[in-house]
Design a protein around this ligand. Structure first.
Ligand code: C2E
Ligand code: MG
Ligand code: MG
Ligand code: MG
Length: 283
């Protein structure tokens, strides 16, 4: 009887695996069509400066979604890792950056303000020899400054090929691009490496924020990260802020910027414009 149960579970597991593999294969095949047909959508989530008297909108993060005709709205977790493995992430990300730049220019023409947008770079993108040329082409086309497009590079990227990465990042910064170290604290970068790492913003991982209202130790860690940022002389941003309690703790700890559902979920461009940008104009 037991045996039978195991067998059934194993069969279910195999079927699930197969389904997942088929789906992954399918997504890999579908990317070109998605790029051609505009199935990728860029959402925008606002970031706020919380050390001002009232939280002040400072910039936005571009986060990709895929409106797949058969599979529905997919989140990055469903496909970003796949394309990182296959190497196609660079194509996808180049599309997102172009889209973000186009959006900044559109908002500029309609509202007279430049809303800086952070885009995500996969570790694959960072080592793309054409990276600089692509970014320069994108900003030139829309008459933007390098500082209008900020580059979020996940901490885990810093562990591979650190020397080469430092070189790339230094070249980018020399041209005026700003680098945010994303998901800080989730990877394995050591503290001594951090001191030689040229970055402009430290973005602490969402995992640190989740329990700060309940767990004293987590709050201490957040304070520690704020201290690290301070000693590196860079601002620190917290993501995943969902409650007023978290916001207050972060403000008291000296965290500079926050992003999270408390202020707004990532929004389609039109909604971001209506709800977030128009608020700034009224203020
Ligand atoms: P990330 O860059 O660390 O982005 C933050 C994630 O936290 C986003 O998930 C965002 O929607 C989510 N988030 C924001 N506020 C809250 C909150 O208050 N609570 C909770 N629970 N979550 C919140 P998302 O959009 O699903 O993206 C996940 C990851 O996928 C991103 O993490 C980033 O690493 C990657 N990603 C997203 N867009 C792109 C892209 O265009 N290119 C690349 N290479 N990676 C991307
Ligand atoms: Mg990010
Ligand atoms: Mg992050
Ligand atoms: Mg993250």
């Amino acid at each position: 009887k037991m045996r039978g149960t195991f067998k059934t579970q194993a069969a279910i597991f195999d079927a699930e695996m197969e389904k997942r593999e088929n789906r992954d294969q399918r997504l890999l095949n579908d990317l070109n069509r998605a790029l051609e047909k505009g199935e990728l959508e860029v959402y925008y989530q606002p970031k706020y400066d919380i050390q001002a008297e009232h939280p002040r909108l400072s910039s936005a993060e571009a986060l990709v979604r895929w409106r797949h005709p058969e599979l529905g709205l997919l989140s990055p977790a469903d496909f970003v890792p796949l394309f990182e493995q296959s190497g196609q992430i660079t194509e996808l990300d180049n599309y997102v950056w172009k889209e973000a730049a186009r959006q900044i220019a559109t908002w500029r023409s309609r509202h007279g303000v430049v809303m800086p947008v952070s885009v995500n770079l996969s570790r694959v993108d960072v080592f793309d020899p054409n990276l600089m040329e692509i970014l320069d082409g994108i900003i030139a086309r829309h008459e933007l400054h390098a500082g209008d497009i900020k580059l979020e590079v996940t901490e885990s990227a810093y562990t591979e090929n650190a020397e080469q990465l430092i070189q790339v990042i230094e070249e980018l910064r020399a041209k005026g691009y700003e680098i945010e170290m994303d998901d800080f604290g989730s990877g394995y970068s050591s503290l001594n490496m951090l001191s030689s790492m040229p970055i402009d913003v430290l973005k602490m991982d969402i995992a640190f924020i989740r329990n700060i209202e309940r767990n004293e130790k987590d709050f201490r860690l957040v304070e520690l990260i704020v201290d690290i940022a301070r000693s590196l002389k860079v601002p620190v941003i917290a993501e995943g802020v969902e409650t007023a309690g978290q916001l207050n703790l972060l403000r008291n700890a000296g965290c500079n910027l926050v992003q999270g559902y408390y202020f707004s979920a990532p929004l389609p461009a039109a909604e971001f414009e209506r709800k977030i940008l128009s608020e700034v104009e009224k203020a």
